[in-house]
Design a protein around this ligand. Structure first.
Ligand SMILES: *Cc1c(COP(=O)(O)O)cnc(C)c1O
Length: 337
């Protein structure tokens, strides 16, 4: 194992040993290869650069209490990457090939998988993009699929905190009926001008539906859920990414007898909820202390301490991921290293 101060890691890139990659040529994906070189030589006119013909994924690998190694629901990421690729007119990576790439990425970088108990995990970032040079608007016919990994720290280094959020109704994360439901870089590029200034002030950003700016969509890179009188409420919208963690939390709510409502949630309802949190692979569950609506000068308060539903869901999710409780839904994909 590498000599890394695991508990001091943040959500940033630390160099690892190997990248896994495959090239798509003449209508087929080539063999997956492991290479120490994380750079890629592509033409400046590559379709991935010119027209953002690109998509990506994000997964976490956990060293578990019994010493086994697990990835959380990678089959879901495989299928979501296929739908993102198809939306960007790219050839999907077969599910088996995707899973094999995840396992190779972990095996070849096993020394970077943080020890159990540090709160740190190994993050896997698969990405694919068109490499053929294109000046006229048209699809590439050659593509690269690359998988990099990096150890990352717990979202909350000490315990489980809350973060203030701010609504942004001037920048849209994605167009209505556009690319919002796919994990593509273009959505992030166009939201940076909202998220960067907010992050400098220690704030998360909550985006609204881009058609009317009346309903909640999601946070920059995470979905949102809120709790009203013990009911788990999460926005229904055609322009939010279907989060695997949000989906899993809704299943856990079912197990626990917590009622779930997936529906349009108006900004004007924000005062009716007792708890709010962002959720996704990166943040797991990240409780929200306040949501400020700067255009109307209103601050909605959910408390400095995480609420009871957030704590219950967070504890159960973590216990499943780290193997401390029975995985009744078969979510943890164990790998031999
Ligand atoms: C990745 C991502 C999420 C979280 O999805 P998970 O599958 O739970 O990790 C939410 N919103 C956006 C925009 C994302 O890119």
């Amino acid at each position: 194992m590498k000599d890394i101060e695991w508990s001091k890691l943040t959500f940033s890139y630390t160099e690892t040993d190997v990248m896994i990659r495959s090239s798509y040529r003449n209508g087929a994906w080539g063999d997956l290869v492991a290479t120490p070189d994380k750079t890629i030589n592509i033409h400046a006119a590559a379709a991935g650069l010119q027209y953002a013909q690109q998509c990506f994924e994000g997964l976490k690998v956990y060293r578990r209490v019994d010493g086994t190694i697990g990835i959380f629901r990678p089959d879901m990421n495989a299928r979501r990457m296929q739908s993102s690729a198809e939306a960007m007119y790219m050839p999907p990576v077969p599910v088996d090939m995707f899973l094999q790439a995840m396992e190779m990425a972990v095996k070849y970088n096993i020394d970077y998988l943080p020890p159990y108990g540090t709160g740190a995990t190994l993050y896997i970032r698969p990405i694919m993009f068109g490499t053929s040079p294109r000046v006229g608007v048209s699809s590439a016919d050659e593509f690269e699929f690359c998988v990099i990994v990096t150890p990352i720290g717990p979202y909350f280094p000490v315990g489980f905190g809350t973060t203030p959020f701010v609504i942004n109704r001037h920048v849209d994360r994605a167009a209505p009926f556009g690319t919002g439901q796919y994990k593509v870089g273009g959505n992030y590029a166009s939201s940076l001008r909202a998220t960067e200034p907010a992050h400098e002030q220690g704030l998360g950003v909550l985006f609204l539906d881009s058609a009317e700016h009346k309903y909640l969509d999601e946070c920059g890179g995470a979905n949102i859920f809120l709790v009203k009188n013990g009911v788990y409420c999460t926005p229904k919208s055609d322009s939010i990414l279907p989060s695997i963690i949000n989906r899993s939390l809704m299943t856990l709510c079912g197990d626990m007898g917590i009622k779930v409502e997936e529906r349009r949630i108006a900004v004007t309802e924000l005062g009716d909820f007792q708890e709010a949190a962002s959720c996704g692979t990166g943040a797991a569950i990240s409780p929200i202390s306040t949501i400020t609506d700067p255009d109307n000068g209103v601050v909605y308060n959910y408390g400095i301490e995480p609420g009871p539903v957030c704590v219950k869901l967070f504890t159960t999710l973590r216990d499943i991921q780290f193997g401390r409780t029975e995985d009744i839904h078969g979510w943890c994909h164990l790998i031999d290293c």
